[in-house]
Design a protein around this ligand. Structure first.
Ligand code: SF4
Ligand code: SF4
Length: 247
């Protein structure tokens, strides 16, 4: 029997699930290998009680999310984190960088009743163990197909670990740091082909901080280039505000 796959969304804009809908031909490559039993964005049915692979998008922001994750971990043999929000906390984790509770008042005014059980946004690995990771904001659909195929075939996660600058050099990009722009390629996990830099924008770190990155040395490089520690921390925070939960 084909493995039953479910796609679940937590706190996110569902952009990575939209990317999955954009896979078209790529998706057909793996559809024959699985039974897509539930897809939160695209199906009106309910999450089934039994499934084998849970693909989970979004950050954890409520007690309900925590419960959903624990149930998914108990039920599924394989858990795949889909996109930056799930892998690093991503953009939602920005809300946790200051006094989290005060933020509701700033947005909705004084005295607003907020849902109980909310919590500072975190990556899903802060609650359960994760078997496979698809970083990026949004994900690259073909990378997702590759990771899903590996999961279905029982191969290990092969998420790239190195920082990105080496790829940038092979593409002969002129370094943004040398041009006076802050670029997080020095510390960001490779695997996107230095996409933004090749398109003329500095890297903002959407694939998360590389475990191989030498953060202290990178801070020295950034300081030498004239960027203050505060400026650098702000850059880090865009996709890696919950970095202590990941590193
Ligand atoms: S810092 Fe940015 S622009 Fe410079 S080499 Fe690294 S990724 Fe490329
Ligand atoms: S260059 Fe940086 S920000 Fe752009 S896709 Fe790659 S990791 Fe993400």
């Amino acid at each position: 029997m084909a493995p039953r796959v479910v796609i679940i969304g937590l706190a996110s804009d569902f952009g990575c699930q939209v990317q999955v809908t954009n896979m078209e031909d790529h998706l057909l490559d793996v559809l024959g290998l699985m039974d897509l039993a539930y897809w939160q964005l695209a199906s009106s049915g309910h999450l089934p009680d039994e499934y084998d692979v849970a693909v989970i998008e979004g950050a954890v922001t409520t007690a309900e999310h925590v419960e959903t994750l624990r149930r998914a971990r108990q039920t599924a043999a394989v858990v795949i984190a889909l996109g930056s929000c799930a892998v690093t906390g991503g953009i939602p984790a920005l809300a946790g960088t200051a006094d989290f509770d005060s933020r509701y008042g700033v947005v909705y005014g004084d005295g607003v009743q907020v849902a109980p059980g909310r919590q500072s946004p975190m990556p899903i690995s802060s609650v359960i163990s994760v078997d496979y990771h698809v970083p990026g904001c949004p994900i690259d659909p073909s990378e997702f197909v590759g990771v899903l195929s590996r999961a279905l075939m029982g191969l290990k996660d092969n998420m790239p670990q190195d920082p990105m600058c080496a790829i940038c050099k092979t593409k002969e990009n002129v370094c943004f740091l040398d041009r006076g722009y802050a670029c997080l390629g020095l510390v960001t996990r490779t695997g996107c082909g230095a996409k933004c830099v090749s398109l003329g924008r500095p890297c903002s770190g959407c694939r998360g901080i590389s475990p191989e990155a030498n953060i202290a040395a990178a801070r020295t490089v950034y300081a030498d280039k004239g960027f203050s520690p505060l400026e650098l921390d702000r850059l880090f925070d865009l996709y890696n505000a919950a970095r202590e939960a990941v590193l």
